[in-house]
Write a protein that binds this ligand. Structure first.
Ligand SMILES: O=c1ccn([C@@H]2O[C@H](COP(=O)(O)OP(=O)(O)O[C@H]3O[C@H](CO)[C@H](O)[C@H](O)[C@H]3O)[C@@H](O)[C@H]2O)c(=O)[nH]1
Length: 433
């Protein structure tokens, strides 16, 4: 016989419904079957006992199923996003899924190597505007090579950070703990010619996650009022180019956010001049078109892609009249991001904090040319030309605050920067393509 059990009924109401009130009372008596002779009543009693056991089994199964369901959801909640991370297995734990915007670019790809080596799960997005990819649905070549270096998988989306609906999809799909925001245009010279493109690209779009490591720049300091530059140096005043202004604006937005919403945390890493390449020579800097920055230009002259370097300005008040910058090896810079992630994930860290990432030592353009000639064994032809608009004479860091707070110091010197740049460029004369 079948009895329909309604989930809202308790045992008493079921038995009452099926067997009547007398039996309900009787069946609760342990000696009922042995003391009653009435067959009809016995049949009723047997029937109700059967139902009772049936119902108890049902309850047991139901509770077990619910418990199992709860455990299952708790389990998935802990290790991966209930939304969909099953496909990508991105979430090893809540605190180590990092979204890297601009992941295919120079600083992005080198940082992804360090993140993967430190066992973070990486979701990379890029609009492929400044990195080579054989197909727009494919990962950029730089990230394919990062997978080769690390033997680890990167989840990649071709997403433009200005497209908020595409960004939303990524945030919904993955349980991201922190964003490292690299996606930006980065040429001082170009920014003076195409300021609108810089304001549109570089002023960030917030989305969900409230923990952000931001890729800022020493250009926020403008024309230095004192050297070396510490984090307390005024920013924004006298920013000499739109590129530097975009970095300054984002820092200001970040400060306001962190003041208004105490659950927001932002570390702004003020890069000095990143150069060099992964020591394997498998990835490196591959600007599209004519390089704007010094080191890739020199290395393209060395490899025969350009005839000579134009040295912008030889009348600055510096050691040899050429501009002085604080060059930092890309691997040191990438490791700086790991230290920043460790810092920002501490419950004690709150608000907005900038850190300089530099070596603390400046080199002139001609000193860099000399160091590169030594590392590559190639003669670098150059011509002294007019100053470049937006440039300053000298810029170098005091990075002691990063040492103190992040336990980070730049370890690689100018010779290693040139050696690794040359290894990359000579192994890949045409870059990634
Ligand atoms: O073809 C070139 C390119 C550069 N330079 C000179 O080399 C020095 C370095 O110039 P870069 O273009 O390599 O670097 P910037 O200092 O202009 O800017 C760089 O450093 C900034 C911080 O100082 C930011 O990090 C920014 O992203 C990064 O491009 C400058 O004196 C510049 O005039 C040349 O002489 N010829």
């Amino acid at each position: 016989m079948k009895i329909l059990l309604n989930s809202c009924e308790n045992v008493d109401t079921v038995i009452a419904r099926e067997c009547g009130p007398r039996i309900r009372t009787s069946c609760k008596s342990s000696n009922y079957l042995t003391t009653r002779a009435d067959k009809k009543i016995d049949n009723h009693a047997l029937f109700s006992i059967h139902n009772y056991i049936y119902y108890c089994v049902y309850l047991l199964c139901d509770h077990t199923a619910r418990l199992f369901d709860k455990v299952r959801w708790w389990f998935f909640e802990e290790i991966e996003s209930p939304m969909s991370c099953k496909s990508c297995k991105c979430a090893v734990g809540k605190s180590n899924v990092i979204l890297v915007t601009g992941g295919g670019g120079y600083v992005g790809s080198h940082t992804v190597v360090e993140l993967l080596n430190a066992n973070y799960s990486v979701i990379a997005i890029d609009n492929l505007s400044n990195c080579f990819s054989s197909d727009k649905h494919e990962k950029p070549e730089s990230l394919k090579r990062v997978e080769k270096i690390t033997s680890k998988n990167i989840i990649f989306y071709n997403v433009d950070i200005r497209n908020s609906s595409d960004l939303d999809k990524v945030f919904k799909k993955h349980k991201i703990s922190t964003v490292i925001h690299f996606a930006a245009l980065k040429s001082v010279g170009e920014s003076t010619q195409k300021p609108l493109a810089y304001y549109e690209n570089n002023v960030m779009h917030a989305n969900g996650v409230k923990s952000l490591v931001y890729s800022s720049s020493a250009t926020v300091y403008g024309i230095p009022q004192f050297l070396p530059l510490t984090e307390s140096h005024p920013t924004g005043q006298g920013c000499t180019n739109p590129y530097g202004k975009t970095k300054y604006f984002v820092e200001e937005i970040g400060k306001d956010l962190c003041t208004a919403y105490p659950d927001w945390k932002l570390i702004s890493l003020r890069y000095f001049n990143p150069v060099g390449a992964h020591p394997s020579g498998i990835i490196g800097e591959d600007p599209s078109g004519i390089p704007n920055n010094l080191m890739p230009y020199i290395s393209q002259v060395a490899v025969g892609r350009r005839d000579f370097l134009r040295v912008f300005g030889s009348d600055y008040d510096t050691v040899d009249g050429t501009g002085v910058r604080d060059y930092i090896h890309i691997i040191d810079l990438a490791v700086g991001h790991l230290r920043a992630l460790e810092k920002i994930s501490k419950p004690t860290f709150t608000g907005f904090q900038p850190y300089n990432l530099g070596t603390g030592r400046g080199y002139s353009v001609l000193e860099v040319v000399k160091a590169f000639e030594k590392a590559s064994g190639k003669k670098i032809e150059y011509k002294l030309v007019e100053r470049r608009p937006g440039d300053i004479a000298t810029c170098y860091s005091d990075a002691s605050f990063a040492k103190e707070e992040l336990n980070w110091v730049a370890e690689k010197d100018i010779d290693e920067m040139c050696k690794d740049t040359w290894k990359w460029q000579s192994n890949n004369p045409n870059g990634f393509s």
